[in-house]
Ligand binder design. Structure first.
Ligand SMILES: Nc1ncnc2c1ncn2[C@@H]1O[C@H](COP(=O)(O)OP(=O)(O)OP(=O)(O)O)[C@@H](O)[C@H]1O
Ligand SMILES: [Mg+2]
Length: 268
């Protein structure tokens, strides 16, 4: 099992949108996927289901010392499950990070792996403090959404520095890649940011796939569905996540057989 935190120190860059749609795309490709919401505001629940918002989840498990497996919810897609954020009465009550939280997270990930999951996609709140620091110390990879606008790029060196610092402190976290989101292909500034980033960031650290800015994302999250389920046929912007899922598979060697050709003949 591999665990990937969708993380950024900036708010509103599309973390939850990426987490929901990527988890859905991976599940559609056959991977047993868990979408784990660690945002105390319960963004995944807000975006997908009223029921998920009221159920116990991640924070209840951390509080009680449990592994959270019992709070996993099924979805219509057998390969996609969700652990909601759970109940956080008072944001001030969130415990400061420490060895206890890390041990609890390690236990949780171990228990999740034992359930036969292939991938855990972790949605995180903006910033790298509090429990998010512990989450980043516990997962295998970070996927960093980067809004394709000039101001958005300023915080990037800090973000990459923070990941390096975690590794120096002994965490195993690696950058799965930087993902340009809210790309406006017809707009000069947006294309320029993409071009500039590709000049300074090594290609192995940037996803080829980009997420276009599309009002349908807002519509989909308003209706509580991944974009791929908004219409009978997935709209073009949803395909970006199929491409991202395919890129992740080969980058992270998710598939042991990814180099093995298994062609299916169209006719006998
Ligand atoms: N590619 C996109 N095109 C258009 N709108 C988008 C796109 N991605 C996200 N949005 C919209 O932007 C808003 C913020 O997105 P989202 O909630 O995914 O960001 P976030 O990084 O998770 O925010 P927070 O830091 O508050 O958790 C939402 O209203 C969402 O519907
Ligand atoms: Mg969010």
């Amino acid at each position: 099992m591999i665990s990937i935190a969708i993380t950024s120190q900036k708010g509103g860059v599309g973390k939850t949108t990426v987490a929901v749609n990527l988890a859905y795309a991976l599940a559609r490709r056959g991977w047993n996927t868990l979408l784990l919401d660690t945002d105390p505001q319960g963004s995944v629940g807000l975006s997908l289901s009223e029921r998920a918002r009221k159920c116990p989840g991640f924070y209840d498990a951390l509080r009680s010392g449990g592994d959270g497996v019992g709070s996993i919810l099924n979805t219509r897609l057998p390969e996609l499950r969700i652990m909601p954020a759970g109940q956080v009465e008072n944001l001030f009550e969130l415990k400061p990070p420490g060895a206890d939280a890390r041990a609890a997270l390690a236990r949780m990930l171990e228990a999740l792996a034992a359930t036969g999951l292939d991938v855990v996609i972790v949605d995180t709140p903006a910033g790298l403090t509090g429990y998010t620091a512990d989450v980043l110390r516990s997962v295998d990879y970070a996927l960093v959404p980067q809004q394709a606008e000039p101001l958005g790029v300023r915080s990037l060196p800090q973000m990459l520095g923070a990941l390096q610092q975690l590794r120096q402190q002994g965490a195993r976290i690696q950058l799965a890649g930087l993902l340009l989101t809210m790309m406006q292909h017809g707009q000069h500034e947006s294309a320029e940011v993409g071009r500039e980033l590709r000049q300074i960031i090594p290609p192995r650290l940037m996803f080829e796939s980009t997420v276009p800015r599309d009002p349908l994302f807002l519509k989909a999250s308003g209706l509580g569905v991944p974009l791929g389920l908004l219409y009978a046929n997935p709209p073009a912007a949803a395909v970006a996540f199929d491409q991202l899922a395919a890129e992740l598979e080969s980058r992270l060697r998710l598939s042991a057989t990814d180099d093995t050709l298994i062609p299916t003949r169209l006719m006998d």
